[in-house]
Design a protein around this ligand. Structure first.
Ligand code: PMT
Length: 408
């Protein structure tokens, strides 16, 4: 629901009070809810309620143009990813069916191109009237989605079909709608169905509770690779060490600190992973001795003995069983030679070399200049790009190698 814009249209049925609970649930779930009410609806529940629940001004009058640069009814229609009319009276349904636009809500509905859900509510005789049934049929054929009214006691005293669906039920239907939409979008993409594990950031090798060895990795390159893989449809797991950037949204993140923790986290998931992208800057060494209390200053000289960390990528290369391995190499000289050595030694399918001696490349920068190698040598030398664009080129190449984007 996060980031989705929902237009909640409220027409003048007694169930307008239930729309307040719906509005609240949608907002709490992260949706950006904009409310449009009819003049009859505001006689049932005041717009102030919906303004407070949605955190946006409620639109009622077509001619109350609060922002001179914006035509309110077009703005309301255009920003919606989904339109929900709850309650939908016989009157608003009839206007929708016949294309009548004589107030704010009906005008917005005529301008809206997003999918529309309606939750009808009315007296049972009004519901069964041939005019209403014809209107409903017309709307159904046009693709309007129905949240069928329930059977039970109605406000008018009758018992029958005409009660608006409960807010929980409407909420669940909207949730399912967005989940299906996301799944359908993802199924079409070059990395859909692929599980991609990305590592990002630096590792922290502790000496005592306040001191540690680390490096300048900000996490930006790994985050860009994770977001690019997600945008190309992959199911992404991000193993993040020490980072200084805000974490990307909508990605499963596992936080680790040391190289040993990163080793455990990556190896644990390796069997169920299709692609690994090792953008993290892993410390090659860690202190042999670590101290539970802060070390005291004593001698003039302090010697710290370091021991080699396991090489995660090398281990992945040894245990490879169908996985596609992408390593990174941060180099300052002999880029080609060092890259090919790492690629072969660590049994990678691709290695991405960045020249970290450049001011616009490597650690902490927003941009990167990368060259991608495979076992045969240079595949592509990319110009200076944002890390996201560089990562997208990389992940598209991975998709090609996995056979999803035609020939390389
Ligand atoms: O995070 P940013 O600020 O955006 O910076 C990005 C980056 C410069 C850190 C990134 O683009 C990058 O180059 N990452 C790899 C840095 C590095 O550690 O390179 P390396 O040459 O030391 O290691 C080669 C490969 O082996 C890397 O994929 C590394 O993750 C892996 N490795 C290294 C040591 C180790 N013990 N285990 C490993 O898996």
């Amino acid at each position: 629901m996060k980031g989705k814009s929902i237009l909640l249209g409220i027409s003048g049925g007694i169930a307008a009070y239930k729309a307040a609970a719906l509005c609240s649930k949608l907002t709490q779930a992260g949706a950006d809810v904009h409310v449009v009410m009819t003049k009859s609806a505001i006689k049932m529940v005041g717009p102030a309620t919906f303004q407070a629940l949605s955190h946006h001004a409620v639109r009622v009058d077509t001619f109350a143009e609060a922002e001179p640069g914006v035509i309110a009814h077009i703005d309301s229609a255009d920003r919606a990813d989904l339109v929900v009319i709850a309650p939908a009276t016989a009157n608003i349904l009839a206007k929708m069916a016949h294309g009548i636009a004589d107030d704010m809500l009906s005008t917005v509905l005529l301008a809206a191109t997003a999918p529309i859900f309606v939750a009808p509510t009315m007296n049972v005789h009004m519901y069964e009237h041939p005019a209403t049934q014809e209107n409903l049929e017309k709307l159904r054929k046009r693709g309007v989605l129905f949240l069928e009214p329930g059977v039970g006691p109605l406000a008018c005293g009758y018992v029958g079909k005409g009660r608006m669906a409960e807010p929980e039920q409407i909420f669940a239907t909207i949730e399912t709608f967005f989940a299906q939409e996301t799944a359908a979008e993802a199924a079409d993409k070059p990395l859909s169905g692929r599980k991609v594990l990305v590592t990002a950031g630096g590792t922290v090798e502790r000496l005592d509770p306040v001191r540690y060895f680390t490096n300048d990795s900000s996490g930006k390159m790994g985050f860009a690779a994770a977001v690019a893989a997600r945008d190309l449809g992959a199911e992404v797991t991000l193993v993040a060490g020490r980072v200084s950037e805000p974490l990307p949204q909508g990605i499963d993140i596992i936080h680790v600190s040391s190289a040993l923790e990163m080793y455990e986290a990556v190896l644990e998931r390796y069997a169920h992973t299709d692609v690994v992208v090792k953008a993290a800057a892993v410390a090659d060494y860690r202190p042999v001795d670590t101290f539970p209390q802060k070390m005291k200053k004593t001698e003039n000289m302090l010697q710290v003995t370091l021991i080699k960390n396991p090489d995660i990528l090398e281990e992945l290369g040894k245990r490879k069983n169908g996985q596609f391995l992408v390593g990174f190499a941060a180099e300052t000289e002999h880029l080609h030679e060092y890259a090919m050595d790492k690629l072969q030694r660590k049994n990678c399918d691709l290695i991405v070399v960045n020249d970290v001696s450049r001011a616009d490349s490597g650690f902490g920068t927003d941009t990167n200049v990368i060259t991608i190698f495979d076992q045969a040598g240079v595949v592509v030398e990319l110009p200076l790009l944002s890390k996201y664009d560089a990562a997208t080129s990389l992940m598209e190449l991975v998709a090609k190698r996995l056979g999803r984007l035609g020939d390389v």
